[in-house]
Design a protein around this ligand. Structure first.
Ligand SMILES: C[S@@+](CC[C@H](N)C(=O)[O-])C[C@H]1O[C@@H](n2cnc3c(N)ncnc32)[C@H](O)[C@@H]1O
Length: 385
């Protein structure tokens, strides 16, 4: 590839992954997603894809494989014979390797920054993007290389977050989720905090780095077979990282989860572009690789975009009004927290001073006969003047 790598395309801290509760940990959500992909709540995307393409694959490349659960499933279900997983995180790759070894599966792993597009040698007949591409900064470079890497009859299969860049949700969608949240019983309500960009940049600068470019870039290099919006504008916001709801007994939360999913269906039907997740599959469109001028223009666009972000501390776009408001509120919250801490410290200090003040001794001295005699003597002297 040409052009410098973005400084924001890698994240060595794997602690941020596989933590907390996700919306698709819930059975009801998985059934809803299955239904949107396959038309049947019981049929998963793997089963749907297998049936649709009517074939199996010899060797798959798994993008940003994490702990390896996706490729283990693909091999165990017989869709894929062998697979190569790539990821940046050494710890997650070690986990994936250990699990594959323990299960005796033909899976190998390779540590790399996906943005380099320097993939382990093929051949591959399938590329799998499961919740991976939304962490890729050089999305054009990577999808172009994958188009080149796959044979004409190869497949790219994808299930991913394709919502707003760095989760900076549209005002209307945020409002809609907020309103649904208010209708939930207090004990199941989400603590809604608009994603705070500086915190995201500090904890995982790759999160949703170019989620907004995934579908348009996929369309550049692949002949689309299926492209299905999976929703999430409301349900993802209210059900992901909602610890209280996930901890509630199934019978208590189920009707409310259903209500949230219904609100999600209604909202996404009228606002399809606010859908946060998508299922999309396709085959390489090799013709585009022959258009040198177009490829050069796309490369230049990407180089310029990444270079500009480097000078802007990782920010790619002007702030929205909601984003500015969030930054202001967050700054006020931090200032208030600091003031509260200072007040508590001053109170503590005062209490300590009072506690160490020798009140008892002073009272004893004041009541002593010697002091009384001295006071009386002073009084007499002053009076005789
Ligand atoms: C949301 S996790 C998904 C993991 C896996 N696909 C799954 O579904 O469990 C994102 C993964 O992307 C990896 N990642 C992020 N940036 C990367 C990069 N530049 N190169 C390679 N892997 C990267 C992370 O280490 C993490 O494993």
């Amino acid at each position: 590839m040409t052009g410098a790598l973005t400084d924001f395309g890698v994240n060595a801290n794997s602690d941020v992954y596989y933590t907390g509760h996700y919306w698709n940990d819930l059975d009801q959500v998985r059934r809803m997603l299955n239904e949107r992909v396959s038309g049947d709540p019981e049929r998963t995307w793997v089963e749907h894809f297998a049936q649709r393409v009517g074939r199996t694959f010899e060797r798959a490349l798994i993008l940003n494989c994490g702990n390896g659960h996706v490729e283990r499933g693909l091999v165990e279900q017989g869709l894929v014979r062998a697979a190569v997983g790539i990821d940046y995180s050494v710890e997650l790759l070690a986990e994936a390797r250990a699990a594959a070894d323990a299960a005796g599966l033909p899976l190998t792993y390779h540590q790399m920054d996906t943005n380099t597009a320097a993939f382990p040698d093929g051949p591959y007949d399938l590329v799998v993007n499961f919740a991976a591409a939304h962490h890729i900064a050089r999305i054009d470079t990577v999808f172009r290389a994958l188009c080149d890497l796959l044979p004409d009859d190869g497949w790219f299969v994808s299930w991913d977050y394709v919502g707003p860049h760095r989760n900076q949700y549209a005002h209307e969608a945020w409002e809609a989720a907020w309103r649904v949240n208010r209708t939930l019983p207090e004990a199941l309500r989400q603590e809604m905090r608009y994603p705070h960009l500086p915190t995201m940049l500090a904890t995982d600068p790759t999160e949703a780095i170019h989620s907004e470019l995934i579908l348009p870039t996929f369309d550049r290099y692949f002949r689309v077979d299926e492209e299905v919006r999976l929703g999430g504008a409301i349900a993802y916001l209210l059900l992901t990282h909602n610890d209280r709801l996930h901890a509630a007994p199934e019978a208590e939360r189920a009707p409310w989860v259903e209500r949230i999913l219904e609100a999600d269906r209604e909202y996404c039907a009228t606002h399809p572009d606010d859908s946060l997740f998508a299922w999309f599959t396709g085959q390489p469109d090799k013709a585009v690789l022959a258009d040198a001028a177009l490829l050069a223009r796309w490369r230049e666009e990407e180089d310029e975009r990444e270079a500009a972000a480097r000078t802007e501390g990782g920010e790619y776009y002007p702030h929205t009004a909601l984003q500015d408001l969030t930054l202001e509120l967050e700054a006020q919250r931090v200032a208030t927290d600091h003031a509260r801490i200072e007040l508590a410290e001053t109170r503590h200090h005062l209490e300590h001073l009072l506690a160490s003040f020798p009140v008892k001794q002073l009272k004893a001295v004041a009541a002593s006969p010697a002091l009384r005699r001295a006071r009386a003597a002073i009084g007499r002297r002053v009076g005789s003047r």
